[in-house]
Write a protein that binds this ligand. Structure first.
Ligand code: U2F
Length: 531
């Protein structure tokens, strides 16, 4: 059966009918609020004929963070200022798959997971393994544990069908258990030995993974483009849903308060006194709808440094706010920061929202040294004196997300070694990185992106020749740094274990061989001609 673009989300409402709790309420209300935009984006996609229909997939969505004992903890936080970014992604992923015409099962129950994917009770103590009835299973790190418990031995066989929602990303060196163990890359989360592209991130920060993203509010919404629709008040909304996020920031917040009427949406525990400065108008945690209405009136959205890399700044920019956020110097990372500690990434976080800083920038995004009052004040004055239009990067619109997910479902096949390679070899732009640099940054320097799926295409001795390098010898090594060239002794190394191909790997004495590619405007995940 072919997957036909749907013009209603009723299939999704049906599949979440029996779920309950605050997290699913958040997901449902987000989907309902955005449904018209999803439907319009689907119609546009159908008309454009850019994308061929594909076979309907049977898809299981299992957010492990909402199931079992972890789920209880998470649910408790939803209405108290806990993380909602993951829920935003689950909501948008499920809407997107529904519009694309796939057959969805949504579950947050560990018991149901056993029924759906586990072995059937057999005779005596010998359960009977049934074939898995899902072509794709979207889950998260918690869900991987649950799936392993439910599926037993079949887990290994079917794991190529999994897709892992992983906001902050998993680099190859942390992903391969034996390697992580022997080279000191062991973390709380990594070590599942999946294909790195099976991990799907919130922003395109880890090219070794697939960028899933979400769908933001959009700049121009039909019927709202009247002259008054983005009239801005001299007003700031501070980004930070819990009191602790404000600690140690009083100077910075005071500098905001001097220039603008200052609003907040901080969860206020009943019976506890607020510790926010008196000049701040706190609305308490708002529903998403009311939060977005507040942003519509505001001129500036102010980052305090935490939460990192969430969706709210993108929504704020889409509603015409300017994001003012702190720079991190030195950058935050798993080496020096409790939040990133134990996360399977070596990324260096240069500001609260690196995507906003690098991909959007001025006039929408101002990144400042938070403790420098003069810099903060000058930035605020510059912001107040410029009119800034709402902006949404295409990749974070409903249409952009539909296009991207459709491409992934069509082309990414991790189960069959004979699947056609994607993107095709014609997309490859071979580059030699400078000493000490990763391919992620080497490609970026050429305004390209690192494409891990193309590493296989440059993993032969001829790649060195094409770059004009003469090797004194070439060895195959299992290393997240291969392929690479060492100028000392002109040593060339090739990859022994394809799971270790890594855009992120870098070492001071090595020049990486890098598979770069171009990307569509506003859509880094896809290359021209690769749809
Ligand atoms: C991120 O999670 P957060 O939940 O902290 O991300 P935010 O950017 O604050 O916002 C998530 C959504 O919450 C909504 C808002 C966003 O879409 O519209 N919201 C709301 O409904 N009511 C309010 O009063 C304020 C905001 C990130 F996404 C996670 O991956 C991380 O775990 C977390 C920590 O870094 O940050």
């Amino acid at each position: 059966e072919k997957a036909e673009i749907r013009t209603s989300l009723s299939h999704l409402y049906e599949s979440i009918r029996n779920t309950s709790g605050p997290a699913m309420r958040f997901i449902r209300s987000r989907v309902e609020r955005m449904s018209e935009r999803w439907i319009q984006a689907g119609l546009k996609m159908r008309q454009s004929n850019r994308t061929a229909p594909l076979t309907q997939m049977r898809v299981l969505l299992y957010p492990g963070a909402l199931a079992g004992s972890v789920g209880q903890h998470f649910e408790g936080m939803v209405e108290e200022g806990g993380p909602l970014g993951e829920l935003v992604q689950w909501a948008d992923l499920s809407a997107c798959l529904t519009i694309l015409g796939h057959d969805l099962t949504f579950s947050t129950s560990q018991r149901q997971l056993h029924r759906l994917t586990g072995a059937a009770p057999g005779r005596g103590s010998c359960p009977i393994q049934r074939p898995l009835t899902f072509d794709l299973i979207y889950t998260d790190y918690h869900g991987l544990n649950h799936l392993q418990g439910a599926m037993g031995l079949a887990f290994q066989y079917y794991k190529c069908r999994f897709r892992i929602l992983d906001s902050f990303g998993t680099e190859p060196a942390f992903n391969l258990g034996s390697y992580a163990h022997s080279r000191g890359f062991q973390t709380l989360w990594g070590s599942w030995g999946l294909q790195p592209l099976q991990y799907m991130t919130m922003f395109p920060h880890t090219p070794d993974n697939s960028f899933l993203g979400f769908a933001s509010e959009e700049a121009a919404r039909e019927g709202e483009s009247g002259p008054d629709s983005h009239r801005k008040h001299r007003m700031a909304v501070v980004y930070g849903k819990q009191h602790y996020m404000w600690q140690g920031k009083s100077e910075y917040v005071a500098a905001i308060g001097e220039e603008l009427e200052t609003h907040a949406t901080v969860y206020q525990p009943p019976g506890r006194a607020s510790t926010l400065p008196g000049f701040v108008t706190n609305h308490g945690l708002l529903t998403q709808h009311r939060f977005l209405q507040l942003l519509r009136r505001a001129k500036v959205f102010v980052g305090l440094g935490f939460p990192y890399e969430g969706p709210a700044p993108i929504e704020a920019i889409a509603l015409g706010c300017v994001l003012l956020q702190p720079r991190f110097d030195p950058p935050h990372s798993s080496e020096n920061n409790d939040f990133y500690k134990g996360k399977p990434t070596t990324r260096q976080i240069s500001s609260q929202h690196p995507y906003a800083e690098e991909f959007i920038g001025k006039p929408h995004v101002w990144t400042v040294e938070m403790s420098n009052r003069t810099e903060v004040r000058e930035a605020l004055r510059a912001i107040l004196s410029t009119e800034v239009k709402p902006f949404t990067p295409f990749e974070l619109t409903c249409e952009g997300m539909l296009e991207r997910l459709h491409a992934y479902i069509t082309h990414q096949n991790f189960c069959s070694p004979s699947a056609p390679a994607w993107p095709p070899e014609s997309a490859l732009r071979l580059r030699l990185g400078p000493l000490g640099q990763s391919c992620a940054s080497a490609c970026r320097r050429s305004s390209l992106v690192c494409e891990p799926a193309l590493f296989r295409r440059l993993d032969g001795a001829d790649a060195f020749t094409r770059l004009g390098l003469g090797c004194s010898g070439a060895v195959r090594e299992a290393s997240h740094l291969s392929p690479a060239y060492s100028p000392w002794g002109r040593r060339c190394s090739l990859q022994l274990d394809p799971l270790l191909f890594s855009c992120a790997g870098a070492a001071p004495s090595l020049r990486r061989l890098c598979p770069c590619r171009a990307h569509l405007p506003g859509q880094v995940a896809l290359c021209p001609g690769c749809l």
